[in-house]
Design a protein around this ligand. Sequence first.
Ligand code: PEP
Length: 257
Amino acid sequence: VTTRKPLMAGNWKMNLNHLEAIAHTQKLAFALNDKDYKAVEVAVLTPFTDLRSVQTLVDGDKLKIKYGAQDISAHDSGAYTGEISGPMLAKLKCAYVVIGHSERRQYHGENEEIVNGKVKAAFRNGVVPILCVGEGLDVRKAGNQVAYTLAQVEGALDGVPAEQVEQIVIAYEPVWAIGTGEVATPEDAQEVCGAIRVRLAELYSQAVADKVRILYGGSVKGSNAAGIMAKPDVDGALVGGASLDAEEFVRIVRYRD
Ligand code: PEP
């Protein structure tokens, strides 16, 4: 029997300034209750400029909402103008950091080597990576989604030891479903999430594979969350657009209701 606690993580992308972040987090905190936190882990993944505000709120009010960043430098310090390091995120007590989101792969040329360096930087600093993988429409149309996504997972985890891999969160996000309103079917999500878990078992062990949380991402809303969450290898959702609406995000957290 596996005991993976579902994770519902809101990726705010480049939205909400630090004042809006406080208002939004307060709204979420006000709506969520102990029953929610018992059933589901809730996280917000914010712009760097929001992290201190969210930390202050979470610390001050002892909120159970987790928070994290959307990117990390592969380097821990030095002459890397504009970058944010793992030690900086750790100092802000970030639980998570998104790594290899499709928007960063697409607009910032992040390849497997870069993503791998960032995964290692996150673990080196005690921040859990939310590693994003997933195929584009051309790969999906050719029916190569499983092989493509598994290659991304293997590339990102190259040289990462099993005791770190078992802590990672992997988000399967088919690029054609991100921000498009076109959600993958629960069967599509299960096909790739299940294949990722099988490959983790082959590469490490069944025990490691059973611990890793695998999320689905791509146009998740309150109305489609339950169907996706019903699949055995889907352990949560990475939510973009719908996470900016507190009520809608709470509906996703309460997918069982
Ligand atoms: C995302 O950005 O990770 C995402 C899944 O976005 P959306 O929910 O808006 O499709």
